[in-house]
Design a protein around this ligand. Structure first.
Ligand code: HEM
Length: 237
């Protein structure tokens, strides 16, 4: 009998791990985007939402559970993804002379050929992003009698720095590209290979990747050009 450890560390097992963790991370990214859209609703809405997540949801436990799961999923996704890429590279040190569709369920594209690059950039981005916002210096505000972190001011004043906003926008294009191939590929890796559903999965994945990429892309853009810079009562970013 083959052990589950052997199964997960085989090529197919690693693809499965990349696929399932990728789909779970896509769910997180969608929820995160919807939450961030509250930046358009103003400081009280955004700060209260962040406060609710951090202190009220499952009595404040949700954030610990979510963080532990995110670290596990991001870690497993990156390790399995890099390992699959390395194995492919060793099997074919020279790239294909001509890039093209290999036929059948193959969906080769610029996005699929640059998954390792976009993935590594997103990994570095997430580390810097969490340091910047989750552990960034926030003042506090009082909303409805409750004292909470003024994350709204931190985010808006950060995106008022033009090069940070442009760097965010560039990464969001890469995120869109990563998801463009990633969502499709993840469904293949977890076994959703029925030819009947292929077109739906492909078109659905591409549409979702555009919506997610564009949604995140517009936030720094709109804030940079259309928001007032909140008076900074803190010493920098
Ligand atoms: C314009 C885009 C974005 C904005 C404005 C934004 C905003 C924020 C803020 C304010 C926090 C801190 C939440 C808190 O401390 O309660 C946060 C955390 C986080 N963000 Fe983003 N985010 C953006 C894009 C992204 C993207 C694209 C990813 C992933 C690919 C991402 C992943 C994370 C993660 C993993 C955390 C830590 C989660 C937690 O523990 O609360 N963010 N983000």
């Amino acid at each position: 009998m083959i052990s589950w450890k052997k199964n997960l560390t085989s090529s197919i097992g690693k693809k499965f791990v990349t696929g399932i963790t990728g789909l779970l991370l896509v769910s997180f990214v969608i929820v995160h985007l919807i939450g961030n859209l509250l930046l358009y609703a103003g400081p009280d809405a955004f700060n209260s939402y962040a406060y609710f997540l951090e202190h009220r949801l499952i009595h404040g436990w949700a954030v610990y559970v979510a963080d532990a799961m995110l670290i596990l999923f991001f870690g497993a996704h990156a390790v399995a993804g890099i390992s699959v890429w390395q194995k492919k590279r060793l099997a074919r040190p020279q790239p294909y002379y001509q890039a093209g569709n290999a036929g059948g369920a193959s969906r080769k594209s610029f996005a699929s050929r640059t998954m390792i690059v976009s993935g590594l950039v997103i990994l570095v981005f997430v580390i810097l992003h969490v340091r910047m916002f989750k552990f960034g210096p926030t003042a506090t505000v009082v909303v409805d009698g409750i004292e909470m972190r003024d994350l709204y001011t931190l985010v808006v004043s950060t995106f008022k720095v033009w090069w940070i906003s442009f760097a965010y926008m560039a990464v969001m294009v890469l995120l869109g590209l990563h998801l463009r191939h990633g969502i499709w590929s993840a469904f293949q890796s977890v076994g959703a290979t029925s030819p009947r559903y292929q077109p739906v999965i492909y078109v659905g994945g591409v549409t979702l990747s555009i919506l997610i990429g564009l949604g995140f892309f517009l936030l720094p853009l709109v804030i940079l050009f259309f928001y007032e810079n909140p008076a900074l009562s803190m010493g920098g970013i």
